[in-house]
Design a protein around this ligand. Structure first.
Ligand SMILES: [Zn+2]
Length: 263
């Protein structure tokens, strides 16, 4: 095994001490049921992989990026009645994020990217509250939104469907059960139009939404689709890490283009 200097868990104190890291990446996943064919650690496997690969590309381009160990539990308040969906409340996540960010602050790293891998996690409000109290620059990206999946997959269900199945078949095929064992990922939608249309929002009660815990049909998932999609996500994310590593967090804005310039 080759030690990857951009993966903190594989790196010694001697390397850390001598390296001036510009960006830390904190993958944040979840432990939850993923239909009958994907493991409960799916979000963590995916998020860890995407973070490591993107950081590797950025590293090769000269950006000094360190991927921190993943936080493996997320918000599961809509799945508490499903065994081994392990919930961290948003307020707990805010406390964990605050402690980790305050640790990094003053240690030389000036920027932290949370790479989120679970739809129930929402770090934006936490960042809004935490940022004014920290010198460390905070931002978040959901890896599954880095590149819109609509050009790569037919079924756009958002949980254990074609996209996640394809990604897992590509990066961890040994953990994927035969697709013949998977449920169809049929999801019931809200009966009230405003909630169904999405402009009014409430968290989904999972056991009322889906019988097999999936949302989206995994049947058309293939490792080739997963490989294609992962590659574009990793490439685009690595570009962001390179840009952020080179940026001064106190000067992140370009020219004012809000006014129309008339001849
Ligand atoms: Zn997932």
């Amino acid at each position: 095994m080759t030690v990857r200097p951009y993966i903190l868990a594989e790196t010694t104190w001697k390397t850390v001490r001598e390296m001036a890291y510009d960006v830390a990446v904190l993958p944040w996943g979840a432990t939850e049921a993923h239909n009958y064919h994907l493991p409960c650690g799916t979000d963590n496997v995916e998020c860890d992989y995407i973070a490591a690969e993107a950081a590797g590309l950025a590293w090769d381009a000269g950006a000094r990026v360190a991927v921190l160990p993943i936080v493996p539990s997320g918000v599961q308040t809509g799945q508490l009645d499903i065994p081994f969906c392990l919930n961290l409340n948003p307020s707990t996540q805010a406390a964990v994020l605050g402690d980790l960010a305050r640790s990094l602050e003053g240690q030389g790293v000036r920027k932290l990217v949370i790479l989120n891998g679970h739809g129930g996690n929402d770090f934006r409000a936490m960042i809004r509250e935490l940022q004014p109290r920290l010198k460390l620059f905070l931002c978040v990206a959901n890896w599954y939104q880095v590149v819109p999946p609509k050009d790569y997959f037919e079924d756009l269900g958002d949980h254990a469907g074609e996209m996640e199945t394809s990604i897992m078949l590509h990066i961890a095929p040994a953990l994927v059960r035969p697709l013949s064992e998977a449920g169809e990922g049929k999801a019931r939608r809200f009966s009230i139009p405003a909630l169904r249309e999405g402009w009014a929002w409430a968290p989904r009660r999972w056991t009322q939404v889906s019988t097999d815990t999936g949302v989206g049909n995994p049947a058309a998932g293939t490792p080739e689709k997963g490989e294609r999609y992962a590659a574009v996500v990793i490439e685009r994310l690595s570009r962001f890490l390179i840009d952020l590593a080179a940026a001064d967090p106190d000067h992140l804005y370009g020219e004012d283009n809000t006014r129309t310039i008339r001849p």
